[in-house]
Design a protein around this ligand. Structure first.
Ligand code: UD1
Ligand code: CA
Length: 460
């Protein structure tokens, strides 16, 4: 069975009050439409077609890497009209599933259930019973309980408004039959729109049994129309992510204070304190601990490592058992080995710090290769940029760099070298020797501190 998926995403999104098309607004770090595309892929769609409109080419451009086709719905004439635009792309499909770009959290399991439950008939509809069905299309059933049709809220009679089973909008249909039904719908309704929902009445007229299935959670079929609903669904999704992490053996000091905007994979017994934000792909090894208020972006934290409060790690790698922060910043290309210590107010960029080396306080290490067992004193700076080009610094194993040293790259410190505090090192330093540059210390005899002049009246 070849399943095609049509995703409707031509809505204006007026209530978002945004220059960005609604379906490109991020939820858990990914565009709303991307979530729907992922669900379509997860159920093995053979063909996906997105109907876009508002925002013009912005939507297909932003998701250019996705394997799907795009059709523009120039005039927004209704959901039935929108699906019609995608039908040419569905040629060769056996069945067609209709999803919505602004209903991001639909579960693949729910969709599979809808598809499976209706395989032996022409039409399946995902429905739900709501205590307050205001605004939704209602599922009208006959006395025997078979679905007859869907009536839109605006077109419903008093009696129909009392129906609490609603149309979620998600349907799956036999492709050829859907094609015929879509050709037969008109816009003789209060909104003068071509309603996709009219397909249900037409199916019943043709003697096709309409099956229904229900989602497990209401949030799966929640549509986003404004930023308040977006924020509500964001919280729901974040809590779900947090719960999944806890189920997999992660301790979260407060599941309500974690934000994963991308993916977070943790091995067992990771401990995460409050206010961690993860972006992109983050992996954390077993028994690592993440302190409060950290930001981790596309990075890997080794087993048993500790990231202390207020540290930022971006596109960097932290080795097993390393200790980072508090207030450390690892920038793209920082690779810190096992057991390293990177302390407060240390910035590391595009540098390798080999196992067991320490940069404990107030340093900038950029474009630098630090071998193992090195100790970098407080306030050490690699002067890696001459205003035009970047240059590398190399520091051999077990070297000791005294505090407040400037290493003017390109420069090499040989293994075991010691650099005296306060040096400006612009030439290579030999192994196992003390190298330093230092202005001689002088003491000025007979020098006196200035004393305060008596103040005149005007100066007061
Ligand atoms: C629709 C259903 C209603 C259901 C509700 C669930 C119809 C006629 N009604 O109503 O039964 O209870 O969803 O939320 O289908 N869209 C387009 N092009 C169009 C029109 C709509 O792409 O020409 C897209 C919108 O961007 C939106 C979705 O289709 O994502 C639903 O359209 P909307 O007008 O919001 O339908 P509802 O009135 O909510
Ligand atoms: Ca809607």
């Amino acid at each position: 069975m070849k399943l095609g998926v049509v995703i409707l995403a031509a809505g204006k999104g007026t209530r978002m009050r945004s220059a960005l098309p609604k379906v490109l607004h991020p939820l858990a770090g990914r565009p709303l439409l991307r979530h729907v595309l992922d669900a379509a892929e997860a159920i093995g769609a053979a063909e996906i077609c997105v109907v876009y409109g508002h925002g013009g080419e912005q939507v297909p451009t932003a998701l250019a890497d996705v394997q799907c086709s795009w059709v523009e719905q120039r005039e927004r004439l209704g959901t039935g009209h929108a699906v019609q635009q995608a039908m040419p792309a569905m040629q060769g499909m056996d069945r067609v599933l209709v999803l919505y770009g602004d209903v991001p959290l639909i579960e693949p399991e729910t969709l599979s259930r809808l598809v499976t439950d209706s395989t032996d008939t022409g039409l399946g509809v995902l429905t739900m019973t709501l205590p307050d069905p205001t605004g939704y299309g209602r599922i009208v059933r006959c006395k025997q309980g078979h679905v007859l049709r869907v009536v839109e809220h605006k077109d419903a009679s008093e009696a129909e408004l009392g129906i609490t089973e609603i149309n979620t909008g998600i349907i799956v249909a036999d492709r050829a039959q859907l094609q015929h039904w879509l050709e037969r719908i008109d816009n003789n309704n209060i909104q003068n729109e071509y309603y996709l929902t009219d397909v249900i009445g037409l199916a019943t007229d043709d003697g096709v049994e309409v099956r229904t299935a229900q989602p497990e959670h209401i949030e799966e079929v929640a549509g986003i129309n404004d930023r308040i609903q977006l924020a509500q669904l964001e919280r729901y999704q974040q809590l779900r992510i947090a719960e999944n992490l806890m189920r997999s053996g992660v301790t979260l000091m407060d599941p309500a204070r974690l934000d994963v905007r991308g993916s977070l994979e943790c091995e067992r017994d990771v401990l995460i304190d409050v206010n961690l934000i993860c972006e992109g792909r983050v992996r954390i090894g077993a028994e690592a601990r993440i302190g409060p208020n950290c930001l981790l972006i596309d990075c890997e934290i080794g087993a048993g490592a500790e990231i202390f409060a207020n540290s930022v790690v971006e596109r960097a790698k932290v080795g097993a058992g390393a200790r980072i922060g508090p207030f450390a910043r690892l920038r793209p290309g920082a690779q810190v080995g096992a057991g390293c210590h990177i302390g407060n107010f240390v910035e590391i960029k595009k540098s390798l710090v080999a196992d067991g080396s320490k940069v404990n306080h107030l340093s900038y290490i950029g474009d630098c290769d630090i071998d193992s067992g090195v100790n970098i004193g407080a306030g050490t700076i690699t002067c890696n940029y001459d205003g035009v080009n970047k240059h590398r610094t190399r520091i051999g194993a077990n070297a000791f760099i005294g505090s407040n040293t400037s290493l003017v790259a390109p420069v090499e410190i040989a293994p075991g070298a010691t650099i005296g505090a306060g040096s400006v090192i612009a030439r290579d330093a030999p192994a196992e020797k003390l190298t330093l540059t230092r202005a001689e210390q002088v003491t000025v005899e007979h020098w006196q501190r200035p004393v305060k002049r008596p103040q005149s009246k005007q100066e007061v």
